[in-house]
Design a protein around this ligand. Structure first.
Ligand code: GRF
Length: 200
């Protein structure tokens, strides 16, 4: 069994979906650790409630991003974590972190990348007037919201939909798509060829 860790800064609804999928055996791995850079992140509560080790790591205790990330990698290695799942973790990982877990860090983004990278992707796509947006799960590389794509799913935007309704719809898709992508990554059947992730 592989070990997973989830890094989250906020509500943790994706974390909740992952906890559920691990419990059901759909994700065949152990979720051993949840780390947050925010003390009040609800994700930490969700982890503790599920009996998972939950760690608040305060970035202000470290002199630089690199030092903080070295601490995170050390903590993950000590917990024998094989895969790192970013679920609303609002920090950019440093190159040394990405090298330490090459092709073993996943991120979820609430838009069809490469469109609407960065924060507030859903309201930005809505205001732009797109007719289709969606969800992307990708491997993390050194550029933001950029690495090879594992799964994407489109979400249509209807004329009568409010931005809140679109957000809700996208989150529902995320909660299904992220566990699927994690299960796929764990299956060992994926091959990364440049930017393309292929099933073998
Ligand atoms: C999700 O929309 C995800 O796509 C983005 O951050 C949000 C996290 O939401 N990266 P939650 O904390 O999992 O509810």
């Amino acid at each position: 069994m592989k070990n997973l860790a989830v890094l989250a800064s906020g509500r943790g609804t994706n974390l909740q979906a992952i906890i559920h999928s691990v419990k059901k055996g759909f994700i065949k791995a152990d979720l051993v650790l949840v780390i947050s850079d925010r003390k009040k992140a609800f994700a930490l509560k969700r982890a503790r409630r599920a009996g998972i080790e939950a760690l608040y790591a305060d970035p202000k205790r470290f002199s630089s991003r690199e030092a903080y990330d070295r601490y995170l990698v050390g903590t993950l290695k000590k917990a024998r974590v094989d895969y790192v799942i970013l679920a609303g973790f609002m920090r950019i990982l440093s190159p040394s972190f990405i090298r330490a877990y090459k092709n073993k860090i996943l991120n979820i983004h609430p838009a069809l990348l490469p469109a609407f990278k960065g924060v507030d992707a859903i309201p930005r796509a809505y205001r732009y007037g797109v007719k289709v947006t969606g969800v992307t799960v990708h491997l993390v590389d050194e550029a933001t919201d950029h690495g090879p794509i594992i799964l994407q799913e489109p979400v249509p935007v209807s004329d009568t939909q409010s931005v809140a309704e679109l957000e809700a719809r996208i989150h529902r898709v995320e909660h299904r798509l992220y566990p699927q992508a994690i299960a796929r990554l764990l299956s060992g059947t994926l091959k990364v060829k440049g930017r393309r992730v292929l099933s073998r």
